[in-house]
Write a protein that binds this ligand. Sequence first.
Ligand code: LXE
Length: 650
Amino acid sequence: TTVSVSATASHAIPTTLFGQMFEDINSGDGGLYAEMLQNRAFQQVTPGTSDALDFWSAIAGANIAVIADPKPVSDALPNSLQVSVPGKSTTAGFANSGFWGINVNSSWTYTASFYYKFPTSSSQSVKFTVELRSASGKTLASSATTASGTATTWKQVQLTLKPTTSAPDVNNQFVVLVQPSGSATTTVDFAMFSLFPPTFKGRSNGMRMDIAETLVEMGPKFFRFPGGNNLEVRPSCRGQTTATRWQWNATVGSLLDRPGRVGDWGYVNTDGLGLLEYLQFFEDADMEPIMAVWSGYSLGGTSLPENELAPYIQQSIDQACYDLCCSASGHLSLYALDQLHYSRSSQGYRSPGALRASLGHPEPFTLNYVEIGNEDFFAADTYPYRFQDFVGNLSKAFPQLTFIATSDVGDPTLTPTPQAYDVHVYQTPGWFAQNVFSYDSFARDGQKYFEGEYAAISTNANDLFGTPSDGRLTFPTMQSSSGEAAFMTGLERNSDIVFAASYAPLLQHVNSTQWTPDLVSFDAGSVVRSTSFYTQKLFATNQGDEFMPSTLPNQNGTVFWSISRLTSTLEVIIKIANSGNSSAQLAFALPFSDVASSGTLQLLTGAETASNTPEAPNTVVPKTSTITTGKTIDYTAPAFSVSIIRVVAS
Ligand SMILES: [NH3+][C@H]1C[C@H](O)[C@@H](O)[C@@H]1CO
């Protein structure tokens, strides 16, 4: 096939075109958020039930129990770990098993901390020895401090741990030994444990380095958060209380003030990864937020009536306000504070912006996009008033924001007409290759689109969300990734109306997964970049700034291309997706008089079902080489491949 390339660009390609979609779906706590202890503060558990002590265990004769502390460490954290050990014991204590393991790296300095108090005062002292210990019992790191038995009010211990050696695997534990000097049985209350490794950019309460670095490596220009389903109210045995929705103000401030919540994926979110941590990460990673606000719909259930929306609208204004500036709308909506104790400033409740400043970020963050809800096609009947009321109030407070609707495009009719719609699609690899032109027929009427969630998820069109035995992919394959790449050439061609696109879900912990496939997989010690990760990376890091029309690919074919130009370097960038099982010979005829005689090729290719997995993380990786180029570039795209050709031409 000969592909003639136009000399005239058709449109500018938005810098935001490729980015990431994130929610805590086995991906925040124990994943992107660097805290290494699981169930660190006994949040949202009922003392005396089996899950209260999840991931904690007693050692050598200690008795441990989670109690509703009569004098809790904070209003938001009502539970403590009460530990009793025999007098003069040197080996009794307790351990935490982390998020299916703990990575012990001798080049790292760890920060361990916890709060303690003695329920009854005594004259004896008690030594706390904190260790990182292999499952076989070998001490890898140790640090100790001594406490006075007279401490009947909460005290914080902070210790650093430097392992003498790296552990060969992640089967390690965090251990606290409680060693009384006296002979009497000793009881100590503990709260708010934490074990942090070094973090991405060294941010306190920050992100896990290897995962954050992997996400940044992909080259994202935006980050949609906090969901996805995890933004929403989760139907629970206690009924659909709106209090289970994600609330920004429950995720900011001291960790002692963050109650955590049972997220939509059925486990407790510590909310240690909160609004400030998200926004700081985006700033550090040079990407901008697409921030969702809850819009009054409870997953699988009811929507709030219009006359009950006001406090939630105010909370969403405060949420945006926190990010932006906040000389504007002054107060924190009292309603949002029902579950949260807020430290008052002298002049009453601080404005969210002042709050943000007080937490160490005086400058506003970048915020241009706010999404109203998530997948509101599930509640299309109530979305018109919910969308209108949220956008009406938010746009009054922040006229510079672009608001994104989440119902189906044009159905129902919304007022105001949405500036953009968030379109989601989970389908087969074949569907993506067959729908490369889905946006070509859209009207150019000012309406913009955000392909907020897409992935080839199954080879079985009749059971897309089924089990692996029924076609569901557990990891992306070269068949799924090349299908997605085909679709992405269409997104780039239509980037005059598609301003952003992100694969979903982004991350999964392989020891606790509820949704496959995912772009990046990890366990406590390693990260796996999928074939679809490399596809996203090849597109996002080879962005032109203007689109060059060319001979259109055959809509019914399996080979697709997209050509752009990077004006700053005079490069022509040719992206080619071959989603079929045979190679394709292409000839690109460039309209430039002066074309370099060699260019670079980045090629991702492998067998149809080839995947990168924890067992074989580098089965398929991109390879860069030099190719001969000229006014005509002949190229054979291998079966199941993604190719990027860059050549200087003018
Ligand atoms: N059900 C999908 C759609 C929703 O928005 C996400 O939370 C889920 C996984 O990506």
